[in-house]
Design a protein around this ligand. Structure first.
Ligand SMILES: *[C@@H]1O[C@H](CO)[C@@H](O)[C@H](O)[C@H]1NC(C)=O
Length: 365
């Protein structure tokens, strides 16, 4: 009896623990359009992967119509009748005729979308200007504590320049935030994610020293340089997750990121996996109980310690971020953003997110 009771409480703990973790994903699904959508096996795999997340950024949607996103959404919601994912979709971005869209799929039972923001790239730095969302987890542990997510699929040949400019994007969003609470959220609780093409042929040691996102101590890199995020058997850490220090060292929250090797996890051949994408998705786990740096890291996936050394060599041995020694209560860490709304959207009307104030943002009903 005693044994089964403790077993029960253990189980209960597991269940409760699970509800306190938020699963965020980032996935470059190479040329995701009508051709790929016509292959049922590929679609099944994509749907299985997307359904693992509370919110997931999909990159490289290439379709001149809305069909790809609409169909994915409908299949995703048919898979599990008790779920009803929604989307936040960017405009079609890119300098050439080949345009891409960023799409966030999110579960509104867990995530409340507070706003979506297309970065206006006045200086034309980006191939595909970043697309950001402000989200509020509504589950127990993370209740009312917003995150700001800045997504970018970076042009390979311009990787260092675009990564560096993400700092300007961050500062721009802080500067233009409609109120102090939102400013604080963006300052302290931003997650940068996406295929940054941040390795191998596209980066050199010297280039890293020019990337403020890497050299500034305001940011913590959660995916190490030795991590493989590609389906091709080559250790390239193209897909990255970078968080503001406020998230990385917050005592009430643990955040970690690892690639999801779906070849192994879903027991696929690498040939079949290549039909899905040339990238692995990246899992970002926000645990509202753990201390930063405590969870999810494996040998290769420890937070990267920036900045690079003076001589330009990168620190490859990455130690987890230490928590601040100062004792703080959970509430201090999450000094609430209260209920102030940002300038762009009403809180209560997610359905009304479509274009307002010239921002071309589409949100599904
Ligand atoms: C369907 O969604 C519900 C609610 O989120 C969840 O509890 C359940 O495990 C899901 N089922 C499957 C098969 O994924």
């Amino acid at each position: 009896m005693k044994l089964s009771l403790s077993l029960l409480s253990l189980l209960l703990l597991c269940v409760l623990g699970a509800t306190n973790a938020l699963n965020i994903g980032s996935f470059n699904i190479q040329v995701l359009g009508k051709t790929k959508m016509a292959d049922n096996r590929v679609v099944d795999t994509i749907i299985e992967i997307l359904s693992r997340y509370d919110i997931v950024l999909v990159q490289e949607v290439r379709d001149v119509t809305d069909d790809t996103v609409d169909n994915l959404l409908s299949i995703l919601n048919k898979r599990n009748k008790s779920k009803n994912y929604k989307t936040a979709v960017s405009t079609r971005l890119g300098r050439s005729d080949s345009k891409e869209q960023y799409v966030y799929f999110y579960d509104p039972e867990v995530i409340k979308l507070m706003g979506a923001y297309q970065y206006e790239d006045k200086n034309k730095v980006f191939e595909r200007p970043p697309y950001a969302v402000r989200v509020r987890p509504t589950t127990a542990g993370g209740n009312g504590k917003d995150f700001f997510i800045i997504a970018c699929h970076i042009q390979p040949k311009n990787a260092a320049v675009e990564m560096d400019a993400l700092v300007d994007v961050h500062e721009h969003f802080i500067a233009t935030a409609g109120n102090a609470a939102l400013k604080k959220t963006i300052t302290d609780r931003t997650i940068f994610l996406g295929d940054f093409n941040a390795d191998c042929d596209y980066m050199t040691k010297k280039k890293w020293t020019e990337v403020r996102l890497r050299t500034s101590d305001k940011f913590t890199w959660l995916i190490g340089d030795k991590t493989r995020t590609t389906v091709a058997d080559r250790d390239c850490a193209y897909d990255r997750v970078v968080v503001t220090k406020g998230l990385a060292v917050s005592k009430g929250v643990g955040i970690s990121a690892v690639p999801y090797n779906f070849i192994e996890k879903m027991k696929m051949s690498s040939d079949n996996a290549k039909l899905v994408s040339d990238h692995f998705p990246v899992d970002i786990t926000v645990d509202f109980k753990k201390t930063a740096g405590a969870g999810g890291s494996t040998k290769n996936d420890k937070p990267v310690k920036s900045p690079p050394k003076k001589d330009g060599t990168l620190t490859k041995t990455n130690k987890p971020v230490k928590s601040p020694s100062k004792k703080r209560s959970l509430d201090d860490d999450f000094l609430d953003d209260d209920d102030d709304m940002d300038v762009d959207y009403d809180d209560d009307d997610e359905e009304e997110l479509p274009p307002r104030k010239k921002r071309s943002v589409k949100v599904s009903a």
